[in-house]
Design a protein around this ligand. Structure first.
Ligand SMILES: C[S@@+](CC[C@H](N)C(=O)[O-])C[C@H]1O[C@@H](n2cnc3c(N)ncnc32)[C@H](O)[C@@H]1O
Length: 288
């Protein structure tokens, strides 16, 4: 587990004291995703793998952008409408503005955010680039989703979040990297059980429901080149929310989740995008 986020110095290794393992020899999930989003924190090996995915499923860039836009809208609903002020984001990814803490601390400067990722490179970027508001707190932890207890019992997490009060737990574009043999549903249940009533669970997840051939091939490229991946259908996705109460509009493709337009521009919902180009399910539920 890692340290609290440090002030941005421009040096991605600031605060770690260790350059970690760059693993330039193979693509990283986070760096390939950064490439889809048009970021600069990726290398030739990541771009090559990303291009291979795009060759079989051209929608993946739209998918990444739509996923981020959903996060922006969900964060605003969690903070401004539901009044949540504690956020636990697992599988954070390389920072891409606006990040979750910028959105929620923009609404409530006292909001507290803990980011968790199992990729040391993500954490190095996050610690260098993510500065919380002075009143709120933002921490970045190295942790693995498949070991819920080590995240939930981390002293660093405990210094920022009070787990006796409601927490908004987000796992976006993450669970498709946890195949059934690692018990993805059991892991989510463990987190949901540990959080008090009034907490929220926000998920997006890759699906082959709309473009089975293309997304199936993309999944294959991921498994061969990047990391084991497993898309899930709507019913399997819905099971992650068992025991929770889904907020309207329920489980939908992310660009159809509470889209809104502002000043004539489409901010959140890419309404003109086809479901098959997005290839994700999304949902936000509350613990009764
Ligand atoms: C596709 S990115 C999504 C980033 C961000 N959540 C978003 O939706 O924009 C997936 C992230 O999950 C992280 N990840 C993958 N497996 C993980 C695990 N078992 N535990 C924690 N993080 C993981 C990767 O390192 C990567 O940063």
């Amino acid at each position: 587990m890692g340290d609290e986020c440090t002030a941005g110095t421009g040096d991605p290794w600031a605060g770690t004291g260790d350059p970690g393992d760059l693993r330039m020899d193979r693509p990283h999930i986070a760096r390939v995703y950064d490439y889809y989003l048009g970021g600069k924190s990726n290398y030739e090996v990541d771009r090559e793998a990303g291009d291979q995915v795009m060759a079989v499923w051209p929608g993946v860039r739209i998918c990444a952008r739509t996923n981020r836009a959903f996060m922006h809208r969900a964060a605003r609903v969690l903070c401004a409408e539901l009044g949540l002020d504690q956020f636990l984001d697992i599988g954070t990814g390389i920072p891409s503005e606006p990040n979750l803490h910028q959105i929620v601390q923009g609404q409530n400067p006292r909001a507290r955010v803990v980011y968790v990722d199992n990729d040391p490179l993500v954490l190095a970027h996050a610690r260098a680039l993510m500065n919380g508001s002075p009143d709120g707190r933002t921490a970045c932890l190295e942790g693995d989703l498949t070991d819920p207890d080590s995240i939930l019992r981390s002293p660093e997490l405990g210094r920022v979040l009070d787990l006796t009060r409601p927490v908004a737990l987000s796992m976006l574009a993450l669970l498709h990297f946890v195949p059934d043999d690692q018990d993805a549903h059991g892991i989510v249940r463990r987190f949901a059980d540990a959080l008090p009533s009034g907490s929220a669970l926000v998920l997006t997840h890759g699906t082959s429901d709309f473009a089975p051939l293309e997304t199936g091939r993309a999944g294959q490229v991921y498994t061969e080149r990047v990391a084991r991946a497993q898309t899930r259908g709507r019913e399997e996705f819905a099971r992650f929310f068992d025991g929770l109460e889904l907020l309207e509009p329920g489980i939908v493709v992310p660009h159809r989740w509470r889209p809104y337009r502002q000043a004539g521009a489409c901010i959140g919902g890419d309404q003109d995008v086809a479901d098959a180009e997005v290839g994700l399910w999304a949902g936000l539920a509350l613990k009764p």
